[in-house]
Design a protein around this ligand. Structure first.
Ligand code: ABU
Length: 451
């Protein structure tokens, strides 16, 4: 999976210096080989480190095509095909959310989609902000769960809302936002004289893979007139599965949804859409700056296809094409099988963890995040308490170091919400088999046998 080298060693091994004269092709080939050798093979079936893994081969072909054509998706005149493809993909994603109509845009990352949504919600709340700026606004407050993605804080900071004005709502033992706590916090914000404007629910949290109760959250948003954004960057792909789409029950009531097909569906980084339930051109009204050298209003074709002004970007990659080509190749059924297979494999891993001594599940997962501790032999006789917890906290980092130095697999770990370091195994790639799950558990035992 990887050929680990420490940064200083790797700097010496790679010839990173850029010189006045160019290098020979032979040298360039060697450099390319080195780049490949020392890069992490995220397509390897034993790369379980992040919320993405593997690559769909059709989306890889799509990437070859777009890299060669080098388009920028802002006007129909330079990106006729890719603009139509993006429109078609957005339309189809909107159907799966359950909206009759809507709008959307592909962005460089789910964090950016969340930021777009936050800004859009604020724009709907006070449209004059676009011209007048922040001065004169009341203290705006938004709500999200304590398990939310860290982009919520970044967006609040970047947009001038302020991280103190993000109210983090308590979650239950499964990591889901507690609606009654949301209601309390909205009322608290109103009593404080601030202006609540947005609730961001999460469908598929980063660590635990939890899904917030969207229907109940939507009831509260409707009652208080708040924009509901669902960060389904990770969990959105469950919408494709008839077996698992119930995880997102109520998503059709959202005002906006972030959904990243580059995660569970393997559309290749980056492939991230922000979808908006709107038919009034809100995205364009909020973001457009009407550059006359790009978005001329007098053209020989229908300028409504020049959709780039809905974006805060100017140059923009044709990310929807990767998803479109693989959807064309696999059909909805193939995508559905991909989701079902990953979740079945996660379930297999859970059952194997339960059978093995020393492995302890954190919670029953509802998605592809399998969170567990490994308790090595020497700790099994120690009673649970501060000493045990402090020792357990050291275990996952040591195993991680050993697996990376050996190069046998990659698996994430973290401390989280007061719990000491535990592993988070993410099952995504269709190239992963039950044997890889067994290998993972065997390898942890092997790497930790002296701990
Ligand atoms: N956007 C979440 C990515 C981090 C992770 O893979 O855990």
């Amino acid at each position: 999976v990887c050929e680990w080298r420490a940064p200083e060693t790797l700097k010496q091994m790679l010839d990173l210096e850029m010189r006045d004269t160019g290098e020979s092709h032979q040298k360039l080939l060697q450099l390319c080989r080195d780049v490949i050798k020392y890069s992490v093979k995220t397509g390897h079936p034993r790369f379980f480190n992040q919320l993405y893994a593997g690559i769909d081969y059709y989306s890889l072909v799509a990437r070859f095509i777009t890299e060669a054509l080098n388009p920028s998706v802002y006007t129909y005149e330079v990106s006729p095909v890719f603009l139509l493809v993006e429109e078609a993909v957005i339309k189809k994603m909107i159907e799966f959310i359950g909206w009759e109509e809507g709008d959307g845009i592909f962005n460089p990352g789910g964090s950016v989609s969340n930021m777009y949504a936050m800004n859009l919600a604020r724009y709907r709340f006070c449209p004059e902000i676009k011209e007048k700026g922040l001065s004169g606004l009341p203290r705006l407050v938004l709500f999200t769960s304590e398990e939310c993605h860290y982009s919520m804080k970044k967006a609040a900071s970047f947009l001038g809302i302020g991280t103190e004005n993000v109210y983090f709502i308590k979650t239950d033992e499964r990591g889901k936002m507690i609606p009654e706590e949301l209601e309390k916090q909205v009322q608290r914000a109103r009593k404080e004289g601030s202006a609540p404007f947005l609730v961001c629910a999460t469908a598929g949290t980063t660590v635990l893979g939890a899904f917030d109760p969207l229907d109940k959250i939507a009831d509260i948003c409707e009652k208080h007139g708040l924009w509901l954004h669902v960060d389904a960057s990770w969990g959105g792909s469950a919408l494709i599965s008839r077996k698992h789409c119930r995880l997102l029950h109520g998503i059709h009531r959202a005002n906006s949804v972030a959904w990243n097909p580059h995660k569970m569906l393997l559309a290749g980084i980056q492939c991230c859409a922000l979808l908006v339930k709107d038919n009034s051109g809100l995205l364009k009204k909020c973001y457009s700056a009407k550059a006359s050298y790009l978005f001329q209003q007098v053209k020989f074709y229908d300028v409504s296809y020049d959709t780039g002004d809905k974006s805060i970007q100017c140059s923009r990659r044709p990310d929807a094409f990767k998803f479109w080509l693989m959807w064309k190749a696999l059909g909805t059924t193939g995508l559905e099988e991909r989701v079902n297979r990953a979740l079945a494999l996660a379930r297999y891993l859970v059952e194997e963890i339960k059978k093995r001594e020393g492995f302890q599940l954190l919670l029953e997962p509802e998605y592809a995040n399998v969170c567990f501790w490994y308790i090595p032999p020497s700790l099994r006789k120690i009673e649970d308490g501060p000493e045990f917890q402090q020792k357990l906290h050291q275990v996952a980092p040591v195993i991680k170091e050993r697996m990376m130095k050996k190069g046998s697999m990659m698996l994430g770990y973290q401390p989280h919400q007061g719990k000491v370091n535990f592993f988070r195994q993410v099952v995504i790639s269709p190239h992963v088999s039950r044997e890889d799950m067994d290998f993972l558990l065997d390898e942890i035992e092997l790497l930790a046998k002296d701990l």
